[in-house]
Write a protein that binds this ligand. Structure first.
Ligand code: SAH
Length: 218
């Protein structure tokens, strides 16, 4: 059977209800999760599963994150409409689309050209003019990109590099999955305060690894 291209209203309602039941309470985040069609960001064969609360495979052996984790990270980021946000790990572009509904601009870096190209197309089709997808390495961010109010890392880092923390504006917040590539990772929230950085551990998670360099394969 070919999956329908559009979810039923019931399916979409269940999706938002599920996020609420798991503790997502920020109305702007819930609205963004309801407004952005996840089916536009998954592989065509997975369209029928777009509103299940699970990660799904995309090209280049990568994954689109579980909706709850996308909503949770977005909520914890406490994004304001004036903010400039950096994402490391564009993947499908779904997380960038969600955040873009809540802030001024998103710059998103992806190390696979195929994923960066596809994400740009999906984001253009959906209408997210405030997202810029750049083929690049989140461990080696071009200085011209400057600093950010918020940074969201969506691939697991063994440690958060000090150079990345330096890209946070004062008062800025970074969220990243931190831990070994093949083991248990923890979602970490780091805030740049007047007296330095404070770090808080949020949730056990499982992300694909952050790897160095732009991928040589497509
Ligand atoms: N946020 C994505 C899911 C990301 S999966 C979404 O909403 O679909 C993690 C992504 O991070 C993968 O696409 C992977 O290629 C990318 N990645 C891993 N290491 C990276 C790095 N150093 N710089 C940029 N992207 C990286």
């Amino acid at each position: 059977m070919i999956a329908p291209a559009q979810p039923s209203p019931h399916e979409k309602m269940k999706f938002q209800l599920g996020l609420r039941q798991r503790g997502i309470s920020d109305q702007a985040v819930l609205k963004a999760m309801g407004d952005v069609p996840r089916e536009m960001f998954v592989a065509s064969l997975d369209r029928g599963h777009a509103y299940r609360d699970t990660p799904l495979g995309i090209a280049c052996g990568q994954t689109i994150s579980q909706p709850f984790v996308v909503a949770y990270m977005t909520e914890q980021l406490e994004v304001q409409p004036t903010h400039r946000v950096l994402e490391i790990g564009t993947g499908s572009g779904y997380q960038a689309a969600i955040v873009s509904r809540l802030c001024r601009d998103v710059v998103s870096l992806e190390r696979y050209r195929t994923l960066a190209d596809r994400a740009r197309l999906a984001l253009a089709e959906l209408g997210c003019p405030n997202v810029e997808v750049i083929l690049g390495d989140g461990f080696d961010i071009p200085p011209t990109l400057g600093t950010f109010d918020r940074i969201i890392v969506t691939a697991a880092m063994e440690e958060v590099p000090p150079a990345l923390l330096e890209r946070l504006e004062p008062g800025g917040v970074l969220i990243a999955p931190v831990g070994p590539h093949d083991g248990r990772q923890t979602l970490v929230r780091i805030v740049r305060g007047a007296d330095g950085f404070t770090r808080e551990e949020l949730l056990a998670v499982r992300f694909v690894p952050a790897l160095h360099g732009v991928a040589r394969e497509l």
